[in-house]
Write a protein that binds this ligand. Structure first.
Ligand SMILES: [Zn+2]
Length: 114
């Protein structure tokens, strides 16, 4: 089985990428705070927005927010939660796929340290 972070969706390829175990699955090192607790929806959301803006060229704040929202809403940790940062517009399938394709290209080119 392939592991991924239930909060941000990051693939957890190595044991050391897993920072915490949650009743719903694993959390990556970016999604837990110093006490080892899951970061808040707002913190994970902001982190995701910055990640997309910094990693993929031609993504503005608005698109980065919509992509992050769509991503988080598909992940186990955020199912059925009532959080303000998850309310609002989400990216379309095309926008989402296009952003992930560009992200994967950047990762393959070695431009992003995961
Ligand atoms: Zn994560």
């Amino acid at each position: 089985m392939e592991n991924y972070c239930i909060s941000c969706g990051m693939h957890l390829q190595n044991e050391e990428d897993i920072a915490a175990k949650h009743e719903k699955g694993f959390l990556c090192k970016f999604c837990v705070n110093e006490e080892g607790n899951p970061k808040s929806c707002q913190e994970v959301f902001e982190g995701g927005v910055h990640f997309f803006m910094n990693s993929v060229s031609d993504i503005d704040r608005d698109l980065a927010e919509r992509i992050t929202r769509k991503n988080m809403k598909s992940l186990p940790l955020w199912q059925g939660v009532d959080e303000d940062c998850l309310k609002g517009e989400t990216a379309t399938e095309e926008e989402f796929k296009s952003a992930l394709d560009k992200l994967n290209q950047e990762i393959e080119a070695g431009n992003i340290e995961m």
